[in-house]
Design a protein around this ligand. Structure first.
Ligand code: ADP
Ligand code: MG
Ligand code: ZN
Length: 473
């Protein structure tokens, strides 16, 4: 009997707002413990929450980016449970009337395109953070009340790698939309993994096992690579799988039971009485819709078809948005966008990385890259010399044609001058000359290199090659 896995992911992302969800405290990572707190986010009696409108906008924007539906009526609910990092003893969330319903994430997977449908995206609040020291524990409430968006997928993911690709695609969309920075290091994205297995092609879903609170995507992949075979093995041995929550032990590389279905919480959801329901007005939605951006995958596909870029270059421009914008500023005016992409990715990016500078700090005009390409195209300088011109231009901000003039770097196409250099090279390297005559064609490249060296890179390399060949015959 063969089995297949079914996976659904619940992804929590912290929204990129200035303040928290229900109060004016800063939504800020890394502040001293309990410095961004007030009576509201500390859950003191008698306080009232006020919804953060930007968080509502970002939630709606997420719905639009995922091509979901923004229901005309949404509300907040109380999810009741006791935990020391949640001082109200309930979390405000959206239970049956979320702010965004449906939609999908499309992404590249296993060499093709995959699509995972989204059940809903609902807005809630983050909790504080428990710290356990040697002899005591403490709670930092800075994170309590930070707006949190939970994006729930349909159970349509079929493997560990697909889950990994889905998560990466989802956070890339959220970053593009300015919804969240999705900084994993800061814990801005966490994920609950629901996974079951069933006999291949079966209609009914298997018993769901939930692995809670994963904070790295590679961890999710590793956990699934372990958990799926574990479940299959249990079924193959005839043993029952029961619905439970498990914990992933990354160091140990295994999952272990946290709680079974019998111990599941009864959250006693009820409508949050301190907050009004939401009925987004068309004008408000329209305003949010103005913030919709091109999705990363669409951008990659467009860069490939419009400018004939290879997938890897297009992907580089998707990941590095500033670099992509730089390219798109130049590309429409370039005769050879692929070559422009090469200059930007291979030369400019390397120089930026080496110097630690940002694109905004560049002291040469972007158009100079086109000018430089033109100098190579019209054979005024060689490709090798172009590297030197680029380096100079990066340093000084000077225009390429002025640099070439000032430095006397223009390509020499004077046959007599090159011929003299060829004679010099041939005389100095009798070994390679003999090799060439004995049939080693590669020796010509060596000799050509010598001519280029003698000319300090200025000789027209094609002409040098031709002259050498003639002389060697
Ligand atoms: P809960 O109420 O326990 O959180 P939901 O039905 O809301 O459960 O589903 C939560 C997540 O689990 C969703 O992402 C959903 O796609 C996924 N899911 C539900 N049933 C299964 C199953 N049998 N196998 C794998 N994933 C599942
Ligand atoms: Mg769940
Ligand atoms: Zn507060």
């Amino acid at each position: 009997m063969s089995y297949e896995a079914v996976i659904g992911l619940e992804t929590h992302v912290q929204l990129k707002t200035k303040s928290k969800m229900w109060c004016g405290c800063a939504n800020q990572f890394g502040a001293p413990p309990n410095s961004n707190v007030c009576p509201v986010c500390l859950g003191l009696p008698g306080v009232l929450p006020v919804a953060n409108e930007e968080a509502l906008r970002l939630t709606a924007l997420t719905g639009l980016l995922l091509q979901g539906v923004l229901p005309p009526y949404a509300k907040f609910d109380r999810k009741n449970y006791f935990y020391p990092d949640m001082p109200k003893n309930y979390q405000i969330t959206q239970f049956d009337k979320p702010s965004s319903v449906g939609g999908f994430v499309e992404f590249e997977c296993h060499g093709g395109l995959a699509r995972v449908n989204i059940t809903r995206a609902h807005l809630e609040e983050d909790v504080g953070k428990n710290f356990h020291f040697e002899r005591h524990s403490g709670v930092d409430f800075n994170r309590a009340g930070v707006p949190l968006l939970e994006i729930v997928s349909e159970p349509e993911i079929t493997g560990a790698q697909m889950a990994y690709e889905y998560l990466n695609a989802l956070v890339e969309i959220l970053r593009y939309g300015g919804i969240s920075d999705c900084d994993m290091e800061k814990g801005e994205v966490r994920c609950d993994v629901n996974v079951s297995v069933r006999t291949q092609g079966a209609r009914e879903l298997g018993q769901k096992i939930e692995i809670k609170n994963m904070n790295s995507f590679s961890g999710v992949r590793r956990a699934l690579e372990h958990e799926i075979p574990r479940q299959i093995e249990v079924l193959q041995k005839g043993g029952p799988l029961t619905q439970e929550t498990r914990r992933w032990d990354d160091a140990g590389g295994l999952t272990e039971t946290m709680r079974s279905k019998e111990m599941a919480h009864d959250y006693r959801y009820f409508p949050e009485p301190d907050l009004m329901p939401l009925a987004p007005a068309p004008a408000w939605v329209e305003e949010v819709a103005r913030r919709v951006v091109e999705l990363p995958l669409a951008k990659k596909q467009r860069l490939m078809s419009k400018y004939q870029l290879p997938a890897s270059d297009a992907q580089t421009f998707v990941w590095d948005r500033a670099l992509g914008d730089y390219f798109e500023h130049l590309a429409p005016r370039s005769k050879n966008p692929k070559a422009a992409a090469n200059w930007i990715i291979n030369n400019l990016r390397a120089k930026l990385a080496a110097s630690g500078a940002t694109l905004a700090e560049l002291n040469f005009k972007p158009e100079y890259i086109l000018d430089l390409m033109e100098l190579v195209e019209s054979r005024q300088i060689s490709g090798t010399m172009a590297q030197q011109v680029f380096a100079e231009m990066f340093e000084t901000g000077g225009a390429p044609n002025l640099i070439v003039k000032e430095k006397g770097w223009a390509q020499v196409s004077d046959a007599a001058a090159i011929e003299a250099l060829c004679d010099q090279a041939l005389a100095a390297h009798p070994g390679p000359v003999a090799d060439y005559k004995a049939g080693k064609a590669a020796a010509l490249n060596f000799l050509k290199g010598q001519v280029m060296k003698l000319s300090k890179g200025k000789a027209n390399p094609n002409l040098a090659g031709e002259i050498l060949e003639k002389k060697l015959k």
